[in-house]
Design a protein around this ligand. Sequence first.
Ligand SMILES: Nc1ncnc2c1ncn2[C@@H]1O[C@H](COP(=O)(O)OP(=O)(O)O)[C@@H](O)[C@H]1O
Ligand SMILES: [Mg+2]
Length: 409
Amino acid sequence: MPALDVYFYGKKIGKLTEKNSRLSFKYNENADTPLSVNLPLQKEAFNDKLTRSFFNNLLPEEGIREAVARYKQVSSNNPFALLKEIGGECAGAVELYPEGEEREEEESSLTPISEDKIAELLKNQAQIPLLTGEEIRLSLAGAQQKIALAIIPDDSNNYYLAKGSYISTHIIKPQNPYFKDIIYNEHFCMSLAKLMGLPTATSSIRDFGGEKGYVVKRFDREIDASSTSGLKRIHQEDFCQALCLPDKKYQKEGGASIKQCYKFIANTDFSRKADALRIFLKAIVFNFIIGNSDAHGKNFSFLHRGGKYELSPLYDLVSTGVYTVLSPNLAMSIGGEYNPNLIHRSHFETMARDLEIKPTMIDKIIDETASKIQEVLPELDKQFAAAGYKSELIKQIKELIATRIKQLS
Ligand SMILES: Nc1ncnc2c1ncn2[C@@H]1O[C@H](COP(=O)(O)OP(=O)(O)O)[C@@H](O)[C@H]1O
Ligand SMILES: [Mg+2]
């Protein structure tokens, strides 16, 4: 039976197998930390549904998945074959290797890469996605093109393509011809959230030999002086993994809802739970106001730390509402409504009742979020002007923000 060795925090702890297109995962006897809330430590193998919901969610989606499948000559609906090809460096602390294949130690790994080479990788993403052309097995979710590199230190131009047991510190997304200035859009929305004090991954725009990219620092990687690479992995799961939704991210098709995510946090062993719940609600309000309709279950994650969970910093914050080619509908309905143009404060109050929280609590979050956004926008404008980022799109985002705030008044 074909198998992949599953490594967790660098240690081989189990096997992923496939038989008749059904996946199964089994821990080795040495495993001492669960991979997922849905994969507790046990002797028995896990069934296809539980196994698939964790492992399939590690893979890229839509066009990226198709392109990987094409490049590697496997089927895009075959998660086992895809993970065999690219499941090395994943989200969180998991790595997969073909059974028996030696996993190289991290010390062998950091190879400098030039900015011109990065530009080439970014330009060729449509044909050669992720790092498939570099003999590097990188798997990240999402439908946007991306690569992951090590940048050490963070604010330097020291870029590394780490071979062997690859460990990256940053994710880089190129411009997208179909979504104008999307890298500025994402950097703007992420910076806005950060300026408001929401826990948010740190982003920037960088120029790689003339090719601009959106760069975000990975919150699932940390400096670790005791390891040979100087880095360590922190485990993370997304809410589709947590809610056992292997291939559904939109609520309309059976994907995660606000209530399911909220209840999951409320009923699971989260540290600083009240803060986590409040930040989640703030993120829902923030996403509505900036016009982010794509805040689905894979765009929220939590970290595993010391046997407990904590909400991850926010990521993938994009004002999708400024792109008329995209559906305006929200990934998760608010108070039963998917169309953001029809949403008012009363929908948030309905949502609050559904979550069994006081409507006055959500009212307060709406008021605070709206006034904080207005307070920090001039500062963000200053930052963008100082960096020389001029984009008509940013103006449109700000107009959309003003419209959404008006809807909530
Ligand atoms: N800053 C980050 N740190 C760690 N993991 C991240 C970070 N940003 C994104 N990810 C992981 O990578 C995946 C894809 O990133 P995302 O920005 O959502 O891409 P896309 O725009 O293609 O959806 C996410 O679902 C998450 O698992
Ligand atoms: Mg995403």
